[in-house]
Write a protein that binds this ligand. Structure first.
Ligand code: ZN
Length: 267
């Protein structure tokens, strides 16, 4: 038996305000315990359904090397959604893959357990987009984000601001909250509108790896790190080299884990 909770932007803001983060930099989870999309290393793909509607998109020449500036808003938004998802899909060490399908009949519904991306035409809005991660409480290991709807507000937006917003909102669906300590983070609390980059920062990637650790990434032969181990004096001992490389490989995960534990341990 599982109960269901909903995270509104207000509660995300509250949670991210209350969650402690290291003074240097770290990723921030949505809540005190982790919430994850229902992805596994064996079935890594989570699909969103887009209603094929788009706001007016300005300055289309600012993305894709200007190659797509002749597209309609809807065509262009399809390319932007793919680009935004690719930022999260291409994090080495994270197994999560996001994809989208198209269905003009899909509507925003926090109860239907469909991850939707829809255009909100209600007006009276203050931000370009809004993510609502809803989750099932599944036990001590964390909760499953069973329905993350992203609403795009129907107002004119510049392509570069819009792609940053899409990557940011997808980050909430991934399970990340606002990062207060690193404004270069795509999840930075105040970064939208300030930083034109839509690329993930190290903290964003660390968050994705911590939530969705790819077991095959650990098993890969780390050629650069083995060489590094040799340079650092592991000598001819194969065991020493492996240990050095192993420790070096484990550091990011260890660091990410510690950051997560800290984030979960304090309110
Ligand atoms: Zn946000």
């Amino acid at each position: 038996m599982s109960s269901k909770k909903s995270l509104t932007l207000g509660s995300i803001l509250f949670a991210s305000t209350m969650v402690w983060t290291a003074p240097s930099s770290a990723f921030v989870l949505l809540d005190k315990i982790p919430h994850r999309l229902a992805a596994t290393p064996e079935a890594p793909t989570v699909t969103f359904v887009w209603d094929e509607l788009a706001p007016a998109i300005e300055k289309k020449e600012d993305l894709f090397n200007g190659d797509k500036s002749g597209l309609t808003d809807v065509e262009y938004m399809g390319s932007m959604l793919q680009l935004a998802m690719d930022q999260w899909n291409e994090v080495h060490g994270s197994y999560l893959k996001m994809a989208f399908s198209r269905d003009a009949t899909i509507v925003e519904d926090s109860e239907d357990e469909v991850h939707s991306i829809t255009l909100n035409t209600s007006g009276n809005v203050t931000s370009a987009a809004f993510a609502s991660p809803n989750f099932h409480i599944d036990g001590k290991d964390g909760n499953i984000i069973s329905d993350c709807d992203i609403q795009i507000y129907d107002k004119s937006t510049d392509a570069r601001d819009f792609i940053s917003t899409l990557v940011h909102e997808l980050g909430h669906c991934v399970g990340l909250g606002h990062n207060h300590t690193n404004y270069k983070s795509i999840m930075g609390y105040a970064r939208v509108g300030q930083n034109p980059s839509y690329k993930l920062a190290a903290d964003d990637k660390a968050g994705a790896i911590w939530l969705y650790p790819d077991p095959t990434a650990i098993d890969e032969s780390p050629t650069e790190l083995v060489a590094c181990g040799v340079v650092q004096g592991a000598g001819n001992s194969g065991f020493g080299i492996k240990m050095t490389a192993g420790i070096l490989l484990a550091l990011p995960l260890l660091w990410a884990g510690l950051a997560g534990m800290s984030a979960r341990g304090r309110t």
